[in-house]
Ligand binder design. Structure first.
Ligand SMILES: [Zn+2]
Length: 114
């Protein structure tokens, strides 16, 4: 292998590494979007599950001594945890990131269901 060939191979490799690096960037972006979506879906799933549990017990519940839309302790803890993790749990912005700001709707919701 002469010097020219070595040089060509090195610059070819450099180009391929550059392309791979670009691909890696794209994949990272995709992964980020997927994780975000996954997060959103699990929150939504969580929310729907809680509502489903709520409506099931309401159907079976004929005893008026229970509050109809009471959130069970575990559900409340999960929602409080979601809020702590930085997501809205209020009806207005449910599941979207809070961006480090407190949300009045969320706080009202948490206090109401405590
Ligand atoms: Zn909120």
């Amino acid at each position: 292998m002469n010097k020219r060939e070595v040089f060509e191979q090195v610059s070819d490799m450099e180009k391929r590494i550059g392309e791979l690096y670009e691909q890696l960037g794209d994949l990272k972006e995709h992964l980020g979007n997927m994780l975000e979506e996954n997060n959103r879906l699990s929150i939504e799933n969580h929310h729907l599950r809680n509502r489903l549990d709520g409506s099931e017990t309401n159907d079976e519940e004929t005893d008026e001594s229970h509050v109809a839309n009471e959130i069970p302790g575990e559900g409340y803890d999960n929602l409080a945890r979601l809020y702590e993790e930085g997501f809205h749990i209020c009806n207005v912005h449910f599941g979207s990131p809070r961006q480090d700001e407190d949300c009045l709707f969320c706080l009202m919701f948490l206090n109401k269901n405590k």
